[in-house]
Write a new protein. Structure first.
Length: 236
């Protein structure tokens, strides 16, 4: 998942893109024209209802799925995604190569815009819809042995849940509840997890002197018990 550059779109941000890693199928290409979390969640909700819920998602450290001002970066949008059982991954800082497939898709879209010109006003979303259809069903893809993404993609069998039940960790798992201030206390020491996870149960997996902290299926923090706890130690 990524936003396209705002250049030429006459908006603070370009369209939001969601690309299937296996088939290169474009699940969504939507003009939110803002990085506000609510319109992004609305587009994601519609996509999950139409295409099913993915197993995992990869994104960069951008707004609204990452908060650079927060101690560990998590936002209420990422918590919402994790509650759907999606395992989240984040690319390295200033390393767009990690998201090479969506970057190549953006390159193809940029080339089409250069040839055809940027649409204006109310024509922006129809242009995006047409390009998405063309990319999915008309253009053969070299990485797919010249098949189209639409001929390879299959809908996920995982159904979107508007009100997901509380996450069930495996039997016998060591659990800890995140306090209202976003931290947990382990062995008499306070560790910052995330204010976005306040009140939620997380799983602790101990590996020698380290503790892996999971929320649902996502690793949200790694603690080194031999070091002084630092709120700036992030999972990236």
């Amino acid at each position: 998942m990524d936003f396209k550059s705002p250049i030429g779109w006459e908006a603070p941000v370009g369209p939001l893109s969601l690309l299937d890693d296996h088939s290169r199928y474009v699940l969504a290409l939507e003009g939110t024209w803002s990085t506000r979390a609510e319109p992004v969640r609305e587009r994601l909700t519609q996509t999950f209802q139409d295409c099913g819920v993915p197993e995992e998602m990869l994104m960069d450290h951008g707004t609204p799925w990452w908060n650079m001002k927060a101690a560990t970066g998590w936002t209420w949008l990422t918590v919402w995604l994790m509650q759907q059982g999606i395992r989240l991954h984040f690319s390295g800082y200033r390393h767009p190569q990690t998201q090479g497939k969506v970057e190549r898709f953006h390159g193809a879209m940029a080339a089409a815009l250069k040839r055809r010109g940027y649409p204006a006003g109310e024509q922006r979303q129809p242009w995006l819809d047409q390009f998405r259809y063309e990319y999915n069903h008309t253009r053969p893809h070299e990485a797919l042995q010249m098949k189209t993404p639409g001929s390879v993609w299959r809908k996920s069998e995982r159904v979107y849940q508007p009100q997901p039940p509380g996450w069930e960790y495996e039997t016998g798992a060591e659990l800890c509840r995140v306090a209202d201030h976003g931290a947990v206390r382990i062995q008499g020491r306070r560790w910052e997890i995330s204010r976005a996870l306040a009140g939620q149960w997380v799983q602790l997996i101990r590996i020698e002197s380290r503790i892996l902290v999971y929320y649902c299926r996502t690793l949200v923090r790694e603690l080194d018990l031999l070091e002084h706890p630092s709120p700036r130690k992030q999972v990236v």
